[in-house]
Ligand binder design. Structure first.
Ligand code: AMP
Ligand code: MN
Ligand code: MN
Length: 325
């Protein structure tokens, strides 16, 4: 039994080996896989003597602040830092990286290495390590570090385990493979504290996140196997819940037994609508997200579409009913 996957890492290794100063970014509204793979790869590269800029557009949720080197994450390139390589993590398209990454993507002198596991990836790097079978981008970082012959330290193991736990929802969803479990066992052997990470990631939240769930859960409708939740911007604003992540609200909607696919609609300040979808195995919301300009996986995907809210809801729910039928 092999602890790796058939993939040619040589072009990625060559980019990494040649660069001394590396900027790494992952997607906006970062989840534990975005932050865990950012920190895990970045710390490993620091261990190899590289200078690393850890970039993330917008705030990191407080329940991830405990991760090693989380304090190094910034939304601006540190002054005087001139990257020789840009690594884009867990992001299926360039705009998903937010504004901090755009000048780096536009700079012809800085190659982009894309590392991502979304089937909807647009392959926007000079080199693309896109492995759809990987349960998390953090899983791909393990393959990459193995290919570099880099031993995994406890610090790196903790960061990467956060990514594994986040995207597999504690090794519970169908993307979790025997290989995922073998790699996770190696991270545990390297010192990753699964129980502490699980507690921080899943059982520790800010009060306002729970209040947002309350709002989202009250505003739900179930029809023809589709469960949807709608959060108008003025309600978010009135309760001071702007900017609060609804990823875990989305996961919770799918616990309703009668739902085959679920969707949460959240209106933004500029009148657009953020959409987060989930599906039971056998259904696919990733293709719809891609069609609507977003991306994701078959079972978890998202996008942002123009308002008004009622029309966006009508349009997406109609399509989802066809998907769920
Ligand atoms: P979320 O619903 O935000 O937890 O995201 C579920 C999955 O869809 C994750 O893999 C995200 O990276 C992806 N995703 C969510 N929103 C977008 C978007 N606007 N564009 C591309 N991918 C997205
Ligand atoms: Mn992610
Ligand atoms: Mn991911």
């Amino acid at each position: 039994m092999s602890d790796t996957i058939a993939f040619d890492f040589a072009p990625a290794l060559s980019l990494i080996t040649r660069a001394d100063r590396i900027a790494i970014a992952s997607h906006v509204d970062p989840d534990p896989d975005a932050i865990g793979s950012l920190l895990g790869l970045g710390v490993a590269l620091e261990e190899r003597g590289k200078q690393v800029a850890f970039l993330s557009d917008g705030p990191v949720q407080p329940n991830m602040h405990f991760l090693p080197r989380a304090e190094a994450i910034t939304d601006t390139l540190p002054p005087g830092f001139t990257p020789e390589l840009f690594i884009a993590l867990d992001s299926s398209d360039p705009k998903r990286l937010g504004s901090v990454a755009q000048p780096l993507l536009a700079d012809d002198d800085i190659p982009t290495l894309v590392i991502d596991h979304h089937a909807t990836n647009l392959m926007f790097g000079e080199v693309n390590v896109v492995i759809v079978e990987a349960a998390a981008t953090a899983e791909q970082i393990v393959y990459l570090l193995d290919a570099l012959d880099h031993p995994i330290s406890k610090l790196v193991a903790d960061c990467l385990m956060a990514g594994f736990l986040g995207d597999t929802v504690g090794f519970s969803v169908s993307s979790t493979t025997p290989l995922t479990m073998r790699l996770a066992a190696r991270l545990m052997e390297a010192g990753a504290e699964v129980h502490t990470l699980t507690d921080r990631l899943f059982n520790s939240r800010q009060l306002n996140e729970v209040q947002l769930w309350g709002m989202g859960l009250l505003n739900t409708t179930l029809d023809d196997g589709v469960l949807w939740s709608v959060i108008p911007y003025d309600q978010r604003e009135a309760h001071d819940l702007v900017g609060v992540s609804r990823t875990r609200l989305s996961n919770m909607l799918l616990t309703v037994a009668a739902a085959k696919v679920t969707v949460s609609f959240s209106e933004t300040a500029d009148g657009n609508v953020d959409i987060s979808m989930r599906a039971r195995p056998g259904y696919d919301v990733g293709s719809l997200a891609l069609e609507l300009g977003g991306g994701g996986h078959k079972l978890a995907a998202g996008c942002t579409i123009p308002g008004p809210l009622e029309q966006a809801v009508e349009r997406v729910v109609t399509t989802l009913k066809a998907i769920a039928s």
